[in-house]
Design a protein around this ligand. Sequence first.
Ligand code: UD1
Length: 339
Amino acid sequence: MSGTILLTGGAGYIGSHTYVALKRAGYEVVILDNFANARDDVPDRLEVITGAPVTLHRADVLDKAAVAEVFRAHKIDAVVHFAAKKAVGESQKIPLEYIETNCTGLVNLLMAMRDAGVFKIVFSSSATVYAETEDWPIPESAPLGYASTYALTKLMGEQIITQAAGSDDRWRHGILRYFNPAGAHDSALIGEDPQDIPNNLMPYIAKVAVGELPELNIFGNDYPTPDGTGVRDYIHVMDLAEGHVKSLDALMAGGDSHIVNLGTGKGYSVMDMLASYSRACGRDLPYKVTPRRAGDLACYYGDPSKARALLGWEVARDLDDMCQTSWNWISRRSNMRAG
Ligand code: UD1
């Protein structure tokens, strides 16, 4: 496919991997990122991976003039929108900032798109928009709800887009609800790189593996799951990135708007993750069992059959690929910083 794509949040974890996948698929890409949660050297690394210069606008989606300027400077054909705040716990402490960035930022972007005559958007949503359920795997038709401000902003984001679409039939959207992203690009040049102590399992294990944290705290081993620890649908970040390309390809080819899950349809426990990561890094990683984390569910995994049928998208990588690529990235990054 050809066309010029505005990729907001393109220096972030999923955004940078999606940049690589979009370039490989033949798209021109313009990144807009404020680097609030991305390292400054990511664009250089993307240039090494893709062998081509990166076009970057260092700006915030809340800056309406800067967003409009991107559409004046480039002939954009479609937008893939990642730029957002994403920490669940933090969203409970500063809800207004989350609503501002995730919802007002999206509105600014949609207005700039409309004013520039650009009507195709792929939106980074989350499986967190589903109401609590014990009915797995979760299909797209499952009831929606939210248990955090972060989740609310993703749900609102979906609704803002569908409301806009209802007003003008030129709009086409791909809303992608993803499960738990993990792993890194094969080059080990980009990956998840949290600046603080991570809340999520994979980056936490990665920091234990490189010795930046002493041990993993397993939040409960008395859940009604095969080994008692929480089960989630971990998906390789490159599979996720390729899902964005498939969604965009469908819109660029004149396809209809869609809302799909991007998950594997399989659940893995915390112990499965720890075992796979221990194999990847070559030593048994230390852990202790602590009480359950408030708000956690025993089990959560998606039904990816709609994405397969509609977009021809399927995952190509397994749990060991996620842990191995995560380890390759984090150990290289850690050695580089140390030396
Ligand atoms: C969390 C968010 C969810 C968000 C998702 C983004 C909560 C309650 N939920 O989901 O809204 O969409 O991240 O990826 O924050 N675990 C440990 N020790 C740790 C960290 C996690 O045992 O140090 C366990 C958890 O109990 C859970 C599993 O690992 O069973 C995965 O946890 P996590 O990576 O935080 O993801 P979710 O809880 O699925």
